[in-house]
Design a protein around this ligand. Structure first.
Ligand code: HEM
Length: 482
């Protein structure tokens, strides 16, 4: 009797396995996506692409995929990447597709959305409207003194490093810029700088990086979360830091002008059920992560381009020197009008900002470049391919800020083609914040110091929500200017 049940159970199991295999074969070889080119294995399994994503190597390996298969590539049974301008525009702007289910899994607490991971269009619109006063032009202009103060501390640290070494020091710019952008975010948005530039306390930064990496892994392999002892998305020291920030806010009271934390706290107090405490905490955490490492990693990579192209660096110094002298106040308003500085930043972002996490999802069939993409497909625009597309950019791989100053080889560069901050309803809410911060950092750095290349370093980077150097640092020689 028992044997009979066993035989039936095994047969049912085998039948189900066979049904699934047939389904996989049909989807792989006969479904609408079967016409989209891509690696053979990707028709059957998402594992190779998931591994590339989790290791962060995909930012380097996709170039070859687009070269081999064209502008739309199937990288998993129901996942395509899109690398051309028109296709990306269609996905992000024209169709404004919803974010992919990946973002449900990426949430710091399951079921608890944040602006970045919100998938429902209406809820996203409401949250974005709620937070947008913290990114208005007048609000951002009011942040200038906080940013100036943090950069002053940054200069003190560089000065002392130079003093210790007869006026010249070799500095890990990735490390110090990362400290600086955390200080700027905490000073402008949390009501007080973490002073990481001065303390060089790497523990907190490691905590933030671990949040990013864990979120990327959870996004790909959501079931890992349920393994006992799998590390929590939010480590305990992050929770303690949040408690400190919120306690301080309660004891000191509201700031004269609402900052991001105050906007989020008010939203919670006005609607504790719709905007619960956990959401408030996750939102603050995500803002810190979204606003710091992104700016520092891209600034470091732009600096890398400058020290490897000394003629461009020299031209930038000349422009800055023509407007400011050493003790002048370097202001947002004046910097906004420096053509070469702005050209360096847009050209730099074009070449170094990977933005590899723009996953979207189809709810109905759409056509992308003559391919029919069926519902329930993850569509991932790949800005890096479009931003280095030789059909748009002459000498696409080269760092040529001059292309932003007029017509270069018959082509006028267009900012809308630099998709570093994404596009459409989910574009970066902090892009003007980041541009202001980067202008200030570069101008004050070059006004005070001579920077030069430390040769022999690896330029290889990986990507987990933001790019990072594999060697763990990027060193630059820094010398106080006479
Ligand atoms: C160079 C610096 C930065 C880069 C390259 C960058 C890039 C991006 C990109 C590509 C997205 C869009 C993701 C998508 O379309 O799916 C995004 C979204 C976002 N960014 Fe940034 N970012 C930067 C700086 C900042 C800063 C300084 C802040 C905050 C002060 C910030 C806050 C956010 C937030 C909250 C979102 C989610 C917006 C939404 O879903 O409505 N970012 N960022």
């Amino acid at each position: 009797m028992v044997n009979n049940y066993l035989v039936i159970a095994v047969c049912l199991g085998l039948a189900e396995a066979l049904r699934r295999c047939i389904l996989i074969m049909i989807t792989a070889l006969m479904g609408p996506l079967s016409k989209v080119p891509g690696p053979f294995l990707s028709k059957f399994t998402r594992i190779p692409w998931a591994v590339e994503t989790v290791t962060g190597k995909h930012m380097n390996t996709t170039d070859d995929l687009f070269k081999k298969y064209g502008d739309v590539v199937r990288v998993a049974p129901n996942h395509v990447i899109v690398g051309d301008r028109a296709g990306i525009h269609k996905v992000l702007v024209e169709k404004d597709l919803v974010k992919a289910p990946f973002f449900d899994n990426m949430r710091l607490h399951p079921g608890n959305p944040m602006l970045v991971t919100e998938r429902d269009k209406e809820s996203h619109k409401r949250t974005r409207r709620l937070l947008s006063p913290g990114f208005s032009i007048s609000y951002l202009d009011g942040l200038e003194p906080f940013m100036q103060e943090c950069i002053q501390e940054f200069e003190k640290v560089l000065d002392s490093k130079c003093d210790e070494n007869d006026g010249t020091a070799v500095v890990d710019m990735q490390g110090v810029l990362s400290n600086l952008t955390f200080d700027v975010m905490s000073a402008t948005s949390l009501g007080g700088s973490f002073n990481l530039v001065t303390s060089n306390n790497t523990k907190l930064k490691k905590t933030f990086m671990s949040i990013l990496i864990k979120a990327a892994i959870n996004g790909q392999f959501p079931y890992l979360r349920y393994i006992p002892f799998w590390p929590q998305a939010i480590p305990p020291d992050m929770n303690r830091m949040l408690d400190d920030v919120l306690d301080r806010r309660e004891s000191v009271g509201k700031p004269a002008k609402k900052d991001i934390v105050q906007i989020i706290l008010d939203a919670h107090q006005m609607d504790p059920i719709g905007f619960p405490e956990m959401r408030m905490r996750d939102e603050v955490t995500m803002f810190m992560v979204a606003g710091s490492e992104t700016t520092s990693s891209n600034s470091t990579a732009i600096l890398m381009l400058l020290v490897n192209n000394m003629d461009k660096l020299q031209r930038l110094i000349e422009e800055i020197d023509s407007v400011f002298s050493r003790n002048d106040e370097v202001t947002f308003t004046k910097l906004q009008e420096l053509p070469y500085l702005n050209a360096v930043l847009w050209e730099g972002l074009r070449l170094v900002a990977p933005s590899a996490g723009l996953l979207r999802y189809t709810t109905e069939p759409i056509m992308i470049n003559d391919y029919e993409i069926p519902p329930d497909t993850t569509v991932q625009p790949w800005p890096m391919a479009a931003m280095k597309d030789p059909r748009i950019w002459p000498d696409a791989e080269k760092f040529i800020p001059e292309r932003w100053l007029g017509v270069y080889k018959g082509v006028e560069a267009n900012r809308a083609d630099v998709i570093a901050f994404s596009a459409g309803s989910r574009n970066c809410i902090g892009w003007q914040f980041a541009m202001r911060e980067m202008r200030l950092i570069f101008a004050r750095l070059l006004l005070r110091y001579e920077l030069s290349l430390v040769p022999g370093q690896s330029h290889e980077r990986r990507y987990h929500s933001t790019p990072w150097f594999v060697q763990g640092f990027y060193k630059v020689e820094v010398k106080l200017r006479k």
